[in-house]
Design a binder for this molecule. Structure first.
Ligand SMILES: *Cc1c(COP(=O)(O)O)cnc(C)c1O
Length: 403
């Protein structure tokens, strides 16, 4: 075997996004024990930094030692008991995974199916809630990465509260790129990932739970079927006080070995977000989306999603007639070291997904993406308008920075 040296790519797919050198450098620092007081103090800062990004005071806010999918799973395995009805809004791939989770927990999924590429219909969800007053949970994806659609999270969380249900919110692609207002929404269980708009390495899942959600976990009639993800056991590890100042809190106890160096990376990404300011980071995603959009519009490419429901960080573009999806993505990778995403499920071969997430939300990435796409499509004699995209992007850049 030889050492592995990955090619240097520009990552503009649905995640992972480009990782800043500061984060890579932080991750290469020496490992220390995960019960070392220095490590525990850093972990406390990570929890505090995550509360700021989630805009919450929730005490139980921490990174699960596994990717976003485990964040999804920790919410469902802890909050769903066998026989519990769970209303799931589904307008893309990740809503489908929520249903899988409910079924595997022995819950009864009630699916509100909306078209892929369209937003979740809040009135339709309200009707389903009225017809299922015994449902315990309402679950939805805030930023559907398979389509690029944003959900009206405030309205859906308010619906859950009005119908005395807990809410589970997937904020994997939204956290750090769009406002995620956990406390203002009154959301109960929210999970995210580190490799999208937080621009960290994959493999960690920030989560936060409201007091009502914790109450539900504490009063379960049945054991959580997953040992690793059982919040009752994880609490001893994440809730313990670093310096044991608070006598009501337990000292941190061993549960599993934390992914130490990965957490250094998340810490650094939260420091960087703090330096930039969360509002500024969110605004940057919108500005870069506008620059990309100006270029794509000038090229004559169409978006899948109606403008008012679009996510700035995930842009779904309709593949022009007669163009082979995979051929284009292969050329972008080979000739420009640029990764963009393919469509999923019913949108396979129909869309490309261009991620403008975290450290990838930079003008240099957008101009590379526009010129690489234009060069590739023009060479294939695809039906696009060449020669206009970069000028349009430059004008949009000027608008963004003189506004
Ligand atoms: C990426 C993603 C996930 C899964 O995260 P992983 O880190 O890949 O496990 C879940 N939900 C949404 C909306 C995502 O975009």
């Amino acid at each position: 075997m030889d050492s592995f040296h990955p090619p240097l790519r520009t990552l503009m797919g649905p995640g992972p996004s480009d990782i800043h050198l500061r984060i890579r450098e932080a991750m290469s620092r020496p490992a220390i024990g995960h019960l070392d007081p220095a490590f525990i103090a850093m972990m406390d800062e990570v929890k505090e930094g995550l509360r700021a990004v989630f805009r919450t005071k929730n005490a139980l806010t921490f990174p699960v030692s596994a990717p976003g999918s485990a964040g999804m799973e920790i919410c469902f395995v802890n909050l769903v008991e066998p026989g519990d009805k769970v209303i799931i809004c589904q307008n893309g791939a990740f809503g489908g995974r929520m249903q899988e989770n409910v079924e595997r927990c022995g819950g009864v999924p009630i699916v509100v199916a909306c078209e892929w590429g369209a937003p979740i219909d809040v009135e339709q969800v309200d009707d389903i809630c009225r017809q299922n007053q015994d449902a315990k949970i309402l679950a939805f994806v805030h930023a559907e990465t398979s389509t690029g659609v944003r959900a009206n999270a405030a309205a859906l969380c308010a619906l859950a509260r009005a119908h005395h249900m807990l809410s589970i919110v997937d904020a994997v692609t939204s956290l750090g790129g769009s406002p995620v207002d956990v406390d203002a929404w009154g959301a109960d269980a929210v999970y995210s990932g580190t490799q999208k708009c937080l621009s960290c390495t994959p493999g960690l899942s920030p989560v936060t739970f409201s007091a009502q959600a914790i109450e539900k976990v504490r009063t379960r009639k049945t054991k959580v079927q997953s040992w690793f993800l059982d919040l009752n056991l994880l609490l001893g590890y994440w809730e313990g006080d670093a310096k044991n100042k608070n006598k009501n809190k337990k000292t941190r106890a061993y549960h599993h070995t934390a992914p130490i160096n990965a957490l250094y990376g998340l810490h650094e990404s939260l420091v960087m977000l703090h330096e930039e300011g969360l509002d500024n980071a969110i605004a940057r995603h919108t500005k870069m989306h506008n620059v990309l959009k100006a270029g794509l519009d000038a090229m004559g490419l169409q978006f899948l999603v109606a403008e008012e429901h679009r996510l700035p960080q995930l842009n779904s573009i309709l593949i022009p007639d007669g163009v082979q999806d995979a051929d284009v993505r292969t050329r972008l990778l080979q000739d420009f070291n640029l990764e963009i995403g393919a469509g999923l499920g019913p949108l396979t071969g129909k869309i490309w997904r261009i991620g403008v997430m975290g450290h990838s939300a930079r003008f240099e990435n957008i101009t590379l993406c526009l010129s690489a796409l234009e060069t590739t499509l023009a060479a294939m004699q695809a039906p696009i308008t060449p020669g206009k995209a970069l000028a349009a992007a430059q004008a949009a850049y000027q608008d963004a920075y003189t506004a």
